[in-house]
Design a protein around this ligand. Sequence first.
Ligand code: ZN
Length: 274
Amino acid sequence: MKKPVAMIGLALNVASVLHPLHTAAYYEYREQQEIREIELNIKGDIEPKLVETVHQVLSFLPEKFSETVEFMQLSSNHYDPRGMANSKKVLLNTADIESEEELAAVTVHEIAHAFDLGVLRGGSGRATKIMYGRTPVLTDDPSYELYRESWVTETERKSDATDADFVSGYAGWSPFEEFSESFTLYFFHHEHFKNLAKNNQKIARKYAFMRDKVFDGVTYADATDQLYPDDVFDVTLLSYNFQNFLEAMNNLPRPIDTPTVQVKVVTKTPNRRA
Ligand SMILES: [Zn+2]
């Protein structure tokens, strides 16, 4: 999840047929949806269970998060980071990922990057001092509301910023990692984020930004299965139970009459090497 120049993380939301717990109303909702496909390329030997995990994550993330994603890849290579993304691509690498919980969280973290970079964009605003590669973030980029809380540039924090103002150590690395870490915490560990917000005004504003500007007021089940450590470096390594999370998501009411686009992940396994 380190940030190469033109590539941060990616995002997705998939509906699939892998959820026997869905209700009839849920299927009715799905039938009314348009379908957008995202290609998921499998490179090398990947456990089928991990492919399914990516499909499941995508089935619960609202479609807007993956709106600009065209391509995803699942590979296994110890020399690559666990995930990378830009606005169009999400690359996931299972080599150093130890559980379906971790893969699900890394997938969400990368998709958050794609949403941040591809969907939440400025238009006619002025350039700020925060750069993504060679491109300045604009004042009317919706994410700037989050970034400007603690950042002067993409590497320099505001003089009054402290480590306690970030949801994790990694969130303190850059405004872009802060976006993805905060997004992932909101999605999987909602109660923990809320608790942090009670004791820190900046985190309270960051939480409100995620809730209102990113997740449209929707809160998710918190599948955390232990007390949180005080000092979290990486949100994707926090403990929770993915199966409990899926079950809780399956029991959420679905907005049957809301027209949305369903994202379908199409798995492609190349059978020969070029
Ligand atoms: Zn990242």
